[in-house]
Design a protein around this ligand. Sequence first.
Ligand code: UD1
Ligand code: UDP
Length: 441
Amino acid sequence: MKIATILGTRPEIIKMAPIIDEIKENNIDQIIIHTGQHYDQEMSDNFFRDLEIPTPDYNIHVGSGTHGKQTEHMMEGIEEILLKEKPDIVLVQGDTNAVLAGALVCGKLHIAVGHVEAGLRSFDMTMPEEINRRVADICSTMYFIPTENSAINLLSEGFSRKNLIITGNTVVDACFRHLEIAKKRGFEEESLKNLDMNNMENILTLTMHRAENVDVKERVSNIIEALKELGDMNVIFPIHPRTKNMLEKFGLFDELNNLKHVHIVKPIGYLDFLLLTSKSTLILTDSGGLQEEAITLNVPALTLRYNTERPETVTAGGNILVGSNKKAILENATKILNDKDFADKMKNAINPYGQGDAAKKTINAIKKYYEKGLLNISAPEEIMTSFKRKMTQITENITVNEFESNEHSLIHMAFDGEEMRFPKDELNLNGMIIFYDKYDN
Ligand code: UD1
Ligand code: UDP
């Protein structure tokens, strides 16, 4: 079996690293394709170094550009490589343009796609990421899903449960594996050493890069106004290149940089960043990965967005959405700093993203699919016999597994009278309404 992995931005490198390790552990052939969307050393190479992953076999060097241009160059490059390499499955991760390009190319070439971190939805179609993940899901074969909540998103869009595999998120694998290494090693980035991080208290780690925040002057200004009033905290701000460009364009960079308690530094390596976040009192961010890492590291998070595709972090109590609203940022940050009970409740939120074995579950599932020939994508040769989805109410103690083998069927959804439930094998269906397909063979 040969697995191709596509990555191109900082979070994809981090979240694919555990999977790349796992493919290696299993002695499976692999090729790594870098789209080149992130190219600065501190946005790309440093992560290959810190996470000890091999240099990519291919780099398409798409660089920066409009969405159309980036996607077009990625598609061309990926197609050429896949025609030559003929992998059995291609893995894409998350919601960047690489995911869109990779999944579309594979769909047309009839190559199986495994979407890592599938099923997330913000329901905000103005986000490029929402379009990318939705389109990728349409072209995918296997779905590696972090939580039941995200699996239910896919079920309600009509995806068959058959290929939905709940794995947890590989961000937890990466976090658990590298935090101990980082702690033993200590801070290495000069910028952080100069700030004497080991003796610093009340750290607020800030990151932001979402187009809907940093490309809008009013939003950035509101966030800066809130930061000005957080003088009790030491704000460490590893600035994303997009954000630096925009702050300079809006003439806001110096205003922020001149604040005594705000320390703007270059994007920092993964080990230093893990150490920084784990020592933080609070994380203020619009990053997807950071919302997940905060709850994994037991650090309260305030998310600079009006919606999130990670609602589990909010319902678990570890994350609060504050948008770019100055009052909401200030009130919540002050409470986390001064109200121990409030902060402790946030810290103790249960991490919904698994135990750190997402990569193992992903590769085990791929091996099974490969052995059963399920990665071969070809037009169906059996005459279709199932034309309708059925719905029924269950009034006996019977599990999903039992019902499916008795009735030769696949249950897509279960409704317990209040909410949709993911039909896990062992779920007792008594009292529930189910949707299912019946098979003749
Ligand atoms: C991209 C992803 C986003 C992800 C983020 C992770 C898409 C649509 N967006 O956003 O989902 O959360 O990466 O960080 O795929 N730049 C540099 N050096 C680099 C890379 C970028 O200077 O190495 C600058 C360029 O000016 C570029 C801008 O940052 O125009 C934005 O980069 P781009 O890759 O288009 O999007 P991100 O904002 O990084
Ligand atoms: N990160 C890092 N150094 C930094 C900022 C972030 O290592 O200076 C890591 C962080 O730990 C997380 C990932 O980058 O795993 C998040 O990337 P980003 O916020 O760029 O993208 P998103 O997750 O929003 O797609």
